[in-house]
Design a protein around this ligand. Structure first.
Ligand code: ADP
Ligand code: MG
Length: 232
């Protein structure tokens, strides 16, 4: 991967005129309608909007899980829409982290082994140390616990740490506080902001939770597949 462009925005997330339609013929749905977006390294962006407005579709396209119908997506300076499927899988594994509502942890693994797992799935240049990262998310005292013995907030901390262990350029987070109480929600989004800022990770968080937006650097509103600036 080589990039000589000095434009720093290209090293976070860059979407240019991205459209995504599902289905064909009479039953097409336009989930993303000409979306352009730059997220800088170290920036935490929140995306709010009603159910069905296209928020999860935005994350899926930004993370290379679904190819856009048209437009371009680049992460860390690499155009996801022009690489081979093998290279795309590699970029997803090493450059892009995903965090889901429920943490999506592996039931049989202890907390520390959840963090080691991404490093066993293939080569990673300069990974973070799982033991130090576990401490950074405040979970050292739960290192040997499996997910069924962790609280919702603790599972979310492990899910975030696991997504960060490869030092991704881009972190995509879908409704991380949906299952948490108010206090835990604040802690989780504060943790996301700290990780984004301290480690230069471009972070996009979808949320319904307006109480956590003060942790975010920018808030955008998704409406019928279109992104606009939001008044918070
Ligand atoms: P949100 O996350 O904001 O609730 P989504 O991105 O999940 O929105 O959905 C946006 C639109 O795309 C909705 O109209 C939804 O019904 C539609 N949609 C999402 N996924 C699919 C799919 N796999 N096939 C067809 N339509 C879909
Ligand atoms: Mg969604």
């Amino acid at each position: 991967m080589t990039s000589t462009t000095p434009t720093t925005t290209r090293h976070g997330l860059h979407l240019a005129d991205v459209t995504l339609t599902y289905g064909d013929g009479e039953s097409t749905v336009t989930a993303l309608d000409a979306v352009s977006l730059d997220v800088e390294p170290g920036e935490l962006l929140a995306v709010v909007g009603p159910s069905g407005s296209g928020k999860s579709s935005l994350l899926a396209v930004a993370g290379g899980l679904i190819p856009p119908t048209s437009g371009r997506v680049s992460v860390g300076g690499t155009d996801l829409t022009s690489v081979s499927s093998r290279r795309l899988a590699e970029l997803r594994r090493t450059h892009i982290g995903f965090v889901f509502q429920s943490g999506n942890l592996v039931p049989a693994l202890t907390a520390i082994d959840q963090l080691r797992l991404p490093l066993h799935l293939g080569r990673v240049d300069d990974p973070r140390d799982p033991v130090a990262l576990l401490e950074e998310v405040g979970m050292t005292h739960r290192a040997d616990r499996r997910p069924d013995k962790l609280s919702g907030g603790e599972r979310q901390r492990i899910g975030i740490a696991r997504a960060l262990v490869t030092r991704p350029r881009l972190l995509l987070v879908d409704e991380p506080t949906a299952a948490l109480d108010r206090h835990r929600s604040q802690e989780i989004v504060a943790l996301l902001a700290r990780e984004a800022h301290d480690h230069g990770v471009a972070t996009v968080m979808v949320t319904h939770d307006h109480d956590v937006l003060h942790h975010c650097d920018r808030v955008l509103q998704m409406t019928d597949g279109t992104l606009t600036s939001a008044s918070v």
